[in-house]
Design a binder for this molecule. Structure first.
Ligand SMILES: Cc1cc2nc3c(=O)[nH]c(=O)nc-3n(C[C@H](O)[C@H](O)[C@H](O)COP(=O)(O)OP(=O)(O)OC[C@H]3O[C@@H](n4cnc5c(N)ncnc54)[C@H](O)[C@@H]3O)c2cc1C
Length: 339
């Protein structure tokens, strides 16, 4: 039996991948009845434009999952547009593009206004764009995993804590997002995952946005937005509850959206590890595995990470070698594109 703790995108995608690989003995426990973790708060970005070969590979291998379910998850292949707000950042974007092209990505350097006509590009020194990237509705992704895994025999026990017998299964997987450290401790394993609060402001609705707006990010500052339901959903650095800093940035880039008050606001937590990469694999305690700490990009990589992890749990060779993500690693992985 495989016991998975946590029915967010990490746990549910693993159940899906194990079920697709023929396992009929997968049980997923979640202490909550409804998704209440990071998955329910995600912005809904899918990007191939990462800064390491492994992360690009995982994104490319994940993409077909999103495309095949496009209608159900509202996948919009609108791309990701990175803006360089200084010459130094433009150099960095060019270096990223070299690596990304070497990994097969069709990176372009468009005039940003040809992609987002209403963007104010004052001071912008360059841009990277990839048409493989896109947007979706995160809870619909979770719904697909649960529905498809259940159809293949996986048992989801929501609102239920795993009992002593369940925790004695041959394989127990900690997929509890920001709760993984605590849950890991109860199983005698150290999983260092920290909750970092992130605020999402909404402004709109606006008819002038159009429906082909890519995820748009200022690469140096980290401010970024997506369009959803004719609104802009905006995130950025600094005090996560302060609309003023978001409004000031919008006044520069999308002045018509820099209104006195936002239309909506919520916060969620990034589940952050020491090197902003997840802890995926078998822990120091044989039989206890982890899939957690995705550090703010767990939805986009979930299909490929889950498939490789499922193969490893089954003793098969994984389609992508994810040994680098082993929870016992001490050497930090590097990818400068992680926010
Ligand atoms: C504001 C924001 C924007 C984001 N934007 C993006 C984005 O654009 N693209 C992207 O890919 N990612 C994004 N992310 C990150 C993404 O949401 C996470 O990486 C991902 O959802 C993590 O999934 P998870 O299953 O590990 O954790 P969660 O979704 O938090 O699930 C963990 C589950 O564990 C359960 N649990 C806790 N304790 C126990 C226990 N003892 N037993 C059983 N279950 C337990 C919880 O109830 C919860 O359901 C964003 C995150 C935030 C906060």
């Amino acid at each position: 039996m495989v016991t998975i703790l946590g029915a967010g995108v990490a746990g549910s995608s693993l159940a899906w991948a194990l079920a697709r690989r023929g396992r009929k003995d997968v049980v997923v426990f979640d202490t909550a009845h409804e998704p209440a973790g990071s998955t329910s708060k995600a912005l809904g970005g899918f990007r191939t434009q990462h800064g390491s070969e492994l992360n690009i590979k995982l994104a490319l291998a994940s993409r077909s999952f999103f495309v095949q379910r496009a209608e159900h998850i509202h996948f919009q292949p609108n791309g990701y547009l990175y803006l360089a707000e200084s010459a130094e950042v433009a150099d960095d974007l060019r270096r990223r593009a070299d690596l990304q092209r070497a990994c097969g990505l069709p990176i372009e350097h468009p005039d940003p206004r040809s992609v987002v006509p209403w963007l104010d590009t004052k001071g912008i020194e360059g841009a990277n764009y990839c048409a493989l990237d896109g947007l979706y509705v995160p809870l619909q992704i979770l719904g697909c995993y649960v529905e498809e895994a259940r159809a293949l025999g996986a048992d989801f026990r929501l609102g239920t804590e795993a009992g002593t017998r369940d925790l004695k299964a041959d394989v127990v997987v900690v997929a509890c997002g920001v709760w993984s450290s605590k849950v890991g401790r109860t199983l005698g394993v150290a999983l260092e995952v920290e909750a970092v609060e992130r605020g999402v402001f909404q402004t709109g609705p606006y008819d002038w946005l159009g429906d082909t707006v890519p995820m748009t990010l200022e690469a140096g500052s980290g401010f970024h937005f997506r369009e959803r339901d004719r609104r802009l959903w905006v995130m950025g650095p600094g005090d996560q509850h302060d609309w003023g800093r978001i409004r000031d940035w919008l006044a520069m880039r999308a002045p018509r959206a820099a209104v006195p008050e936002p239309d909506g606001f919520f916060t969620g937590s990034y589940e952050v590890t020491f090197d902003h990469h997840p802890l995926v694999g078998e822990t120091a305690r044989a039989g206890v595995w982890s899939s957690c700490g995705f550090s703010g990009h767990g939805v986009m990589h979930s299909p490929a990470v889950a498939d490789s992890l499922a193969a490893m749990i089954n003793g098969d060779s994984p389609p992508i070698d994810i040994e680098a993500l082993n929870p016992q690693r001490t050497k930090p992985l590097v990818d400068s594109t992680q926010l």
